[in-house]
Design a protein around this ligand. Sequence first.
Ligand SMILES: NC(=O)c1ccc[n+]([C@@H]2O[C@H](COP(=O)([O-])OP(=O)(O)OC[C@H]3O[C@@H](n4cnc5c(N)ncnc54)[C@H](OP(=O)(O)O)[C@@H]3O)[C@@H](O)[C@H]2O)c1
Length: 194
Amino acid sequence: MDQRSDVGEFLRSRRAKVTPDQAGIISGGRRRVPGLRREEVATLADHLAALRERTTVVPAVNQIEVHPYFSQPAVQQANAELGIVTQAWSPMGGITSYRGTGTSTFDDPTIGEVAAAHDKTAAQVMLRWHLQQGRSAIPKSVKPERIAANFDVFDFDLTAAELQRIDALDTGVRGGPEPEAVTREAFHRDIPEA
Ligand SMILES: NC(=O)c1ccc[n+]([C@@H]2O[C@H](COP(=O)([O-])OP(=O)(O)OC[C@H]3O[C@@H](n4cnc5c(N)ncnc54)[C@H](OP(=O)(O)O)[C@@H]3O)[C@@H](O)[C@H]2O)c1
């Protein structure tokens, strides 16, 4: 099978539903990861089962939407139980500002208070929140001064109470697309030079 058809087959197989037990990712006969909705387990199990059919290694990283307004604690917990590093998609909640929803993580009063207490910016506090909770975060900026500031997050520590205040901002409302909507049909673009 060539690489192109292999990728197509993988994406088609993502839609075949399997139970967590069938996927073999939940040990001890448990059908659920505590705190994780059944459909979330099924989705994660689905994706991992499809990958396992074609790879000899388990994924090291799972990039999911994580920012203060949508932090998916249950999926993060499932990743941790499977030894997978959670990598934050839209780590500073850029998705909450450039979609024009009117509520941006950068302007959040709680994050602003925490930032002021450490003489840091909201962006720096959000990046520190990821690092202290063990996530990978790759912030994006086109501005050199912001890129430098976004690296300057290694000289302060958020307290446990501050981390909890940021955790509590989770609205449960996704900003980006549902994972199941990210298909070859919806997102495929030919890359002529590839
Ligand atoms: N796999 C994918 O398809 C995919 C798609 C989207 C995003 N991502 C991942 O997520 C990363 C970024 O996602 P994202 O753009 O949605 O969100 P983000 O990194 O959370 O935020 C980026 C936005 O915040 C602004 N910003 C950056 N630093 C700032 C600062 N210090 N203060 C104030 N504003 C700041 C940027 O504007 P300026 O550029 O003008 O500074 C940009 O609008 C990407 O690099 C990638 O890792 C992945």
